[in-house]
Design a protein around this ligand. Sequence first.
Ligand SMILES: [Zn+2]
Length: 317
Amino acid sequence: MKTNWSKVLIMLAISGFYADVAIAATIKDDGTTVDASHKSDNQSDYHPTGRGWGELDTSHRPAGLLRSQRGNLTYQGGPVMAGPKNVYYIWYGTWDIASKNVLTNLGTTIGGSPYFNINSTYYDKTGAHVQNSVTYAGTATDNSSLGTSLSDANIQTIVTNQINSGALPLDPNGIYFVLTDKNTKETSGFCTKYCGWHTHAMINNTDIKYAFIGDGETQCAYGCGVNTPSPNNTPGADAMASIIAHELEEATTDPDLNAWYALSNGYENGDKCAWNFGATRTASNGSSYNQTFGALNYLIQQNWSLLPIQGCMQHYP
Ligand SMILES: [Zn+2]
């Protein structure tokens, strides 16, 4: 695959049925089929792409040794988002109120949670640890201004447009999530290579962190972990919640793709535990969940903790 690694993106590779065939050629955690371009990096065997290349679905497979758990994360010297972080949502397309409520509640309550506290085990070169602080700081709406088939460049444009219009601030401590509706496609590989990704770019001379998260409910329910029933009876949004958490924690601990990742394969913390949910409970509607944020339940992937030993956890301590 031709990839410009000087402008890499980090994506959460998709799971499941598609993954077994569609991304087989990019499996890299066993080092046998990796894209040769990874090897051009003289700093390490692999560096993050932001897209989590090589992840395989584990959510529909028996428990056991997860492919993605091999190889610890190491610190490569880049910044982390140690201070308070501001989350911004850009609702792209058409959204129902119930789905928006589920994801808004996530954004407003994940900060300070025992789950997000896992990220506080990460630190930068000054020894500053990530603060367990996330503020839902703003929201904007984009009524499909660039159509329903988006490129990677379009995602950055969508973010830039909201900043330039004044709808959202230019915030170096921000993480901007472009949340697309059920009918919107991302042509670089949504549903076939990833369910979401994060990266950063210089926008108006500021290092802006942003992410794409698609709604796979009708496009790739199995591939992007859409369950029915789901904890809040909003299957697409409930699945997106786990992807948002994934990209949020990666943007926090590896915002510029040069801080915390596994040299063996470029995996970031979210990648390490993708589709790994740990113990779950059953809600009254029959859905599975493992986290409660505010008043709502969610099925959220675990996150990779550095303490007490490196591994996937639902909360820290
Ligand atoms: Zn990832």
